[in-house]
Design a binder for this molecule. Sequence first.
Ligand code: ZN
Length: 276
Amino acid sequence: MNPVVVAVAITGSVPRKKDNPAVPVQPAEQVESTHQAYEAGATLVHIHVRNDDETPSSDPARFAAVQEGVRRHCPGMIVQFSTGGRGRDPSQRGSSLGLKPDMASLSTGSVNFPTIVYENSAALVTELAGAMKANGVRPEIEIFDLSHLHGARRLVDEGLMDAHPHVQFVMGVKNAMPAEERLLDVMLAEMRIVLPGATWTAAGIGRFQPIVMDWALARGADGVRTGLEDNVRISRDRLAASNAELVSLAVDQIRRRGRRPATPAEARALLRLAPA
Ligand code: ZN
């Protein structure tokens, strides 16, 4: 089986620093935390940035600072910007795509989140996909519900995306798709019909992080995702010390399944990205 792309979502947009002070918020902290995660085996970093008051930011200067630091300190690592919506003006969600990160996340439909509706109108999805295509940014399609696979298929049909996107199933967000093993099978069966050329990964939120990872590995996933954006705890009694600690645990899980983490060059080849 292919080696496994280990993605680390270092920060997120929910104010978690109060839950775990290890969540990196300022660009210098984010670069340092990413570097540690890279040394532990991560080959893809998913990036949100924050304002000085830790609210979600769309400031291209912050995205640029993190991208530049990661490129300098983590050779070959795949840089992925979030275009996610929590706390951001929709018109600003694509504002950093001109910095040409390797990838960007793209949600292809709307869904309920714990306290808000995460709105992704068809028009906004079209706009973001078009901006990604224009900038040569490969999308990672975020699947919070079944119809989002069909939202991605629409983009292929309309020529806004090629037939080989990277798909991520997100499970365990309150009010969205529950973390149930049978639902991953439902989603995968549908993906193989609708997007047969896709690579895929899965993210479990909160305490579901390790179990969703194991379900994905058991099904031959191309990648796994970990990081403090999704989960700040090792156990009920213990906070994660760092993004790197979560990556180390992911690497242990990958090896227990008889697989190994991808190198940066392998990760780029798997996800159809140009060499660094
Ligand atoms: Zn994110």
